[in-house]
Design a protein around this ligand. Structure first.
Ligand code: DGP
Length: 113
C-alpha cells in the first residue's frame, strides 16, 4: 500500500505546519483552509475512514477528542469551533486517512451543506 499524504507528513516526507504531535496523533494546519483557523487532527494509525474504526479503536477515538479540547485552547478557539469528519467520497472525503477538521475564527451556519 502506498502511503497516504498524511503518512508522508507524519514521516516528514512532506512539509506541514505542525502544531501538535504525540505517539498517537498529529495536528497541522490544513493547506486549503475553510475558516481562519483550520487544523487537521490525524491519527497515526491509518484508519481509512471513521466507518472502518473497530471497537479496539475506541480508546484512540476518545483520546482524539481530549486532544481537540487541548488544541482548541492552544488556538484560542475553545468557546466556538466546529469539528467535521468527512466519511466517504459523497461526504467530500478526499484523504483516506482518518482525520478531524477543527475549524474556528468565524461564524458557522446550520445546516452545513
Ligand atoms: P477531507 O476532504 O475531509 O478528506 O480533508 C482533507 C483535507 O486535507 C483537505 O481539507 C485539504 C487537506 N490537505 C490535503 N493535502 C494536504 C497537504 O499536503 N497538506 C496539508 N496541510 N493539508 C492537506
Amino acid at each position: 500500500m502506498s502511503k497516504t499524504i498524511f503518512e508522508k507528513i507524519i514521516d516528514r516526507e512532506l512539509p506541514a505546519n505542525i502544531i501538535y504531535e504525540d505517539e498517537h496523533c498529529i495536528a497541522f494546519h490544513d493547506n486549503s483552509p475553510q475558516a481562519p483557523i483550520h487544523v487537521l487532527l490525524v491519527t497515526k494509525k491509518v484508519i481509512p475512514k471513521l466507518a472502518d474504526a473497530s471497537p479496539e479503536d475506541a480508546t484512540l477515538l476518545g483520546y482524539l477528542m481530549t486532544k481537540v479540547s487541548e488544541i482548541t485552547k492552544t488556538l484560542g478557539i475553545q468557546d466556538n469551533f466546529r469539528l467535521v469528519i468527512n466519511n466517504g467520497s459523497q461526504a467530500c472525503q478526499t484523504v483516506f486517512h482518518l482525520h478531524v477538521h477543527i475549524m474556528g475564527g468565524r461564524n458557522f451556519h446550520w445546516p452545513p451543506g
